[in-house]
Ligand binder design. Sequence first.
Ligand code: CTP
Length: 419
Amino acid sequence: AGLFLYIERMTKMLKDKSILLVISGGIAAYKSLELIRVIKKAGGSVRCILTKGGEQFVTPLSVSALCEEEVYTDLRSLKDETEMGHIRLSREADIIVIAPATANLIAQMAHGRADDLASTALLASDKPALIAPAMNVRMWENPATQENITKLTEYGHTIIGPNEGDMACGEYGMGRMLEPDEIFDAIVGTLGKKPLAGKTAIVTSGPTFEAIDPVRFIGNRSSGKQGHAIAAALKLAGADVTLVAGPVSIPAPAGVKTINIETAQQMLEACENALPADIAVCAAAVSDWAPKQHDQKIKKRDDTSPPSTELNENPDILKTIANHKNRPEIVVGFAAETENLEDNAKAKLSRKNCDIILANLVAQEGAEIFGKDQGHVYCITPSSVDNWQPMSKSAIAKKLTDTIINSLNNTETLKSAAE
Ligand code: CTP
C-alpha cells in the first residue's frame, strides 16, 4: 500500500505542469536524462534546450526520446523560430530549470548576454529560474562566479546546490550538481502547494565565538551545513524563515532572512526578537561557556605562569525558546551522544522541553561529523525512536521538514476535531 501511495503521489505531483529544462555543457548532463524521466513519471511535460556544450555530453536523440518532444538546440534554426520561438519556449513553461548550469551559462545570465538559444530564451523569460550549478571547485569558488551567483539571486532566481564531493576531474569540493531527486524536490517545492505557507520558523546554525580578549576566542568546528540546509528546506516548503547564524564560511540560503551573530548571548537575543514563530530548530553548536572577557590583549610574560580564565555559563537557547511564553508549536533540538543514545536523547528531550531531538551517535567519529556532508541521526520524540540511516545533510533537512509538516498537520487535525 505504501509503494502504491508513493507512486500515486508521484504521478500527481507535476500533473499539467510544463518544465523548460536547459542542459548546458557539463559532465553532470547525464543526470539530467534521469531528471527528465522523473518529471515525466510525475505527470509533468518537459521541453528541453540543449546548448552546444550540452550536446558534447548527451545527444539530442536521447533527450528527445525521453521528453517525447523535439529538442531545441539552435537560435538561428528557422524551424525552431517558426514552430517554437525562443519567446514562446520560455513563456509557455511553468518553471525554467537549468541543470547542469555551467560557469559560462551562469556568467551569460548574470551579464544579460543573448548569444545562443539558451541565453536568449533565458533573457526573454518572464519568470525566475531554478539554477543547478555544476563545475570544478575552483571555478565555483572563483570570486567572479560567486559575484555572478549573487547577481542571479538578486534578480530573483533560485540557486539549488551545488553539493560537495568527488568531482569528475579528480578533485574534491563544492561543485557537484544536485542529484536528480533533489532537483525534482526543488521543482515540486517551487510549483506545488507549499505545505508551510503562512508559517514562520527560526533556525540556529553554526558555532558561537566567545571572546577571551580582543583577538582570541573560544569556538568550535561547526560548519553550519546542517542548520543552513534545514533553513533552506523549510523555506522551500513555504515557511518564512529567520536563520540566526554564527560565524560560518558557507553562503546563506536564498530567500531566508539571515542574522549573523558571534556569541551565544547575541544568538539568544536574535532568536527572542524573532518570536513568536511556529517552528524553531536549534542546530547551532553553542558554546556552553563564555570566558570573562579581558579589555586588552592578554600579554605573555616570562615571569608569570599561564593566565587562567574564569568561565561563565551561557544561556541555553533551545531550552529558553522551548519554555518561552511565545513557545513555537514545534521545537527541535540536536544532541551529540557518545553512549546510551536513546536514553540520553530522551532525557535531553524532556529536560529541554522540546518535541523532537535529532541525535547523532558520535562514538567513533567524534568531532569528525563537523564539516561533513553526510550525517547519521536518530529522530527521537516522546513516543518514538527512528533510525534515519546515514544520508546527506540536505536529505536530513528534507526529512525533518516532512516530519515537522506531519506533526503540524496532526495538531491541526486534533484541534479541529476538538472544536
Ligand atoms: N543548545 C542551545 N544553547 C546552548 C547549548 C545547546 O541552544 N547554550 C542546543 C543546541 O543547538 C542543540 C542542543 O541544545 O540543539 C544540544 O544540547 P546540549 O545540551 O549542548 O547537548 P550536547 O551537545 O548533546 O551535549 P551534552 O550531552 O554534553 O549536554
